[in-house]
Design a protein around this ligand. Structure first.
Ligand code: UD1
Length: 366
């Protein structure tokens, strides 16, 4: 069986890590197609290197562009690649423009489509990611859900019969990396080893694209009483430069995007996290650090239980939130046992011909 993984953006490389290893373990012929949505070495190559992922078999080199143009470019460049490769499955990851383009390409060519991290919903229809994930789930032959809540969403949308709960591959890679860096913490550039800090990131369009909102968020971060290590996504760097926003003001300590071991280690060394990233919210939860999420909603509602994660769209109360202590209730193992990737690959093998299996696996009725 030949499975082609389509990835293009940073969070997808993280999810690809455990999947690539599980494919190897199960002896599956696995090819990797990189769309080129993220292309800076520290947004892409570093993840392949640090997570031991084989080099991509194909690179579409689409680069940055407005959403529709970027999605369209991936779609048209993917077509001949899929013709040549003729995979038994196209596996797409998460909620980016690369995910949606892959989903469309597969259904147009009648290639069985599987979606990893299916069933997440923010309910916010202004987010490009929300459309990407909903459309992909409904196009997919097999939805691989990370959590019970995701599974419930899929059932509610009448696609439970094409869905399977496998757990969260991000827990697989997060726990494995935690164990790797536990005794050799990755140092933050130009920061004293014992300096306490909060780790922060901002990159979502809804936070970066309105100059007034971005300025408010950055100013509130800069006013925190603790050092704020700000890992600067290229979108933030570009927009801050365009609007003349100083990312070195006050408590801010800007650094380049972190490697994956770097981010896991930074979360573990931090007093807490402030972010709008879906992945980082969850890493904070898995690594038992408090998180403040600069959004009105989250696709990971489990992190909100007991106050490990708190939503603060305006960041008005950031000084209290960032300094809060850890909840007395422990985190729970809602994201699985670190074996999700093996389960996901097992599901692909079991359902090798999904067109004969539709309606026969998972919960719910078509
Ligand atoms: C994308 C995903 C988002 C994910 C995020 C992780 C979509 C709609 N969004 O958002 O779900 O959380 O990736 O980072 O797909 N840029 C560079 N170098 C790079 C990559 C990007 O300079 O290697 C700059 C470009 O100016 C680009 C901007 O960052 O225009 C935004 O990149 P893009 O891929 O459009 O979306 P992200 O904000 O990264």
């Amino acid at each position: 069986m030949l499975v082609a993984s389509l990835v293009g953006a940073r969070p997808q490389f993280v999810k690809l890590g455990p999947i690539a290893h599980a494919m190897q373990d199960r002896g599956v012929d696995h090819k990797i197609i990189h769309t080129g949505q993220h292309y800076d070495p520290d947004m892409s190559d570093a993840f392949f290197r640090d997570l031991g992922i084989p080099d991509p078999d194909e690179h579409l080199e689409v680069g940055s562009a407005p959403h529709a143009v970027q999605t369209g470019a991936i779609l048209s460049r993917l077509d001949p690649v899929l013709d040549n490769m003729a995979p038994d499955w196209l596996l797409v990851y998460g909620d980016t423009n690369s995910t949606l383009a892959g989903a469309l390409a597969a259904v147009k060519k009648h290639i069985p489509l599987a979606h990893l991290e299916a069933g997440l919903r923010s309910g916010n229809r202004r987010m490009p990611e929300e459309h990407n994930r909903v459309l992909t789930d409904h196009a997919a032959d097999l939805c691989l859900a990370p959590t019970d809540a995701a599974m419930v969403n899929l059932v509610k949308e009448n696609i439970g019969h094409r869905s399977r709960l496998v757990g969260d591959v991000m827990a697989d890679v997060c726990f494995a990396t935690r164990d790797r860096v536990l005794n050799k913490p990755v140092r933050i550039d130009d920061l004293a080893p014992d300096e306490p800090f909060v780790l922060a990131t901002i990159h979502r369009a809804e936070n970066t694209d309105d100059p007034e909102r971005l300025t408010t968020l950055v100013t509130r971060l800069a006013q925190l009483p603790t050092t704020v290590v700000l890992a600067v996504h290229p979108r933030l760097a570009r927009i801050a430069a365009e609007i003349g926003l100083d990312l070195r003001q006050g408590a801010l300590h800007p650094v380049s995007p972190l490697t994956y071991p770097g981010v896991v280690s930074a979360v573990m060394q931090s007093q807490g996290v402030v972010t709008d990233s879906g992945g980082l919210q969850k890493e904070a939860y898995l690594l038992e650090r408090v998180c403040t999420t600069l959004r009105t909603e989250t696709e990971w509602p489990e992190t909100l239980v007991s106050g490990w994660n708190v939503l603060s769209s305006s960041a008005a109360d950031l000084s209290d939130l960032a300094a809060r202590s850890r909840p007395s209730c422990a985190t729970s193992p809602v994201y699985g046992d670190g074996m999700a990737a093996l389960r996901a690959v097992g599901e692909l093998l079991d359902a090798a011909d999904p067109h004969t299996r539709v309606g026969s696996f998972g919960v719910g009725k078509p």
